[in-house]
Ligand binder design. Structure first.
Ligand SMILES: NC(=O)c1ccc[n+]([C@@H]2O[C@H](COP(=O)([O-])OP(=O)(O)OC[C@H]3O[C@@H](n4cnc5c(N)ncnc54)[C@H](O)[C@@H]3O)[C@@H](O)[C@H]2O)c1
Length: 264
């Protein structure tokens, strides 16, 4: 597959993960704009200032992955490239209306997306919505984003905001679990190297099983849990209503509230 003509703006944690995922599939953005991208593997494609983008470059798609606070500045510097393009914003807490306003009068079709960092290895999940796209535009975006993982089109921005604290933030919750398991492994007396190996292997192995198995996650959990056995004792603690279920609800609510606060 070849990519559409693509300008990636912002190549930090998230933009860099997308870039890495595309590169690993033999794809590459036509131009990457990042003011501090240090050691790019394809330097001829990377520019640090919008003035250094070739004036005759006409991107089909611009992927915006700067911090939400940098939206206006980035889009105003991109004005010569916005007419007739599709802009896919990866920004949390920036609405389609605010993106459109920041494009001023340009005839840009706006797409709002929420990716996650496993895109770097082609295992991302990206939620997407747009009121502006026809079938062809949707297919183009799907082709681009499905190169780095699963794509879930949702009907409106409320749904996109709802999935942000689940899939956008979700990898952080899973990495935290790996950190905590490693700490516990150390606490119960395992050597550091073993603690790291078994914590990472447990989280990544469970993730891989979840991916490979047709079973529900609940069934996979029950498969580990012998009646009246060892796991059951641990889950009594973790699954108590005021433990993980309550903590997860509170975490998602707090993340949603922060997203709304950042949007206002
Ligand atoms: N990190 C994640 O897991 C994640 C997940 C989903 C969505 N997002 C969204 O992605 C966006 C980027 O987040 P991040 O974590 O990658 O941040 P980051 O700070 O790591 O990356 C932002 C990059 O943008 C560059 N940049 C800033 N202003 C620029 C400009 N005007 N022109 C060119 N380059 C510019 C910076 O140099 C930096 O490399 C955010 O809006 C965030 O909401 C992040």
């Amino acid at each position: 597959m070849s990519l559409p003509s693509l300008l990636l703006v912002g190549c930090g944690k998230m933009g860099g993960a997308l870039w890495q995922g595309w590169l690993e599939r033999g794809l590459a953005p036509s131009v990457i704009l990042d003011r501090r991208c240090e050691a790019p593997p394809a330097p001829h494609r990377v520019v640090r200032r919008p003035e250094d983008i070739p004036a005759d470059f006409k991107p089909d798609i611009i992927v915006l992955a700067v911090k939400p606070a940098g939206m206006e500045e980035a889009l105003s510097s991109l004005h010569p490239f916005l007419d007739g393009t599709i802009l896919i914003s990866m920004l949390a807490a920036r609405t389609i209306d605010s993106l459109r306003a920041a494009c001023h009068e340009a005839s840009t079709r706006i797409v709002r997306a929420m990716p996650n960092t496993p895109a770097a290895i082609g295992k991302g999940v990206t939620g997407v919505c747009s009121p502006d796209l026809d079938e062809k535009g949707r297919s183009l975006c799907t082709a681009l984003l499905s190169a780095v993982g699963d794509v879930a089109w949702v009907g409106n921005e409320e749904q996109l905001e709802a999935l942000t604290p689940i899939s956008g933030c979700g990898p952080a919750y899973v990495f935290l679990l790996a950190e905590l398991l490693e700490k516990e492994a150390l606490r119960v007396g395992l050597p550091a190297e073993t603690a790291r190996l078994i914590a990472r292997g447990t989280v990544s192995g469970a993730g891989a099983l979840l991916e490979a198995s047709p079973e529900e996650s609940e069934t996979l959990r029950k498969n580990v849990t012998s009646p009246n056995g060892v796991t059951a004792k641990a889950l009594e603690v973790l699954m108590a209503p005021d433990a993980w279920p309550a903590a997860m609800t509170e975490a998602v609510d707090k993340a949603m509230a922060r997203s709304r606060e950042m949007a206002s």
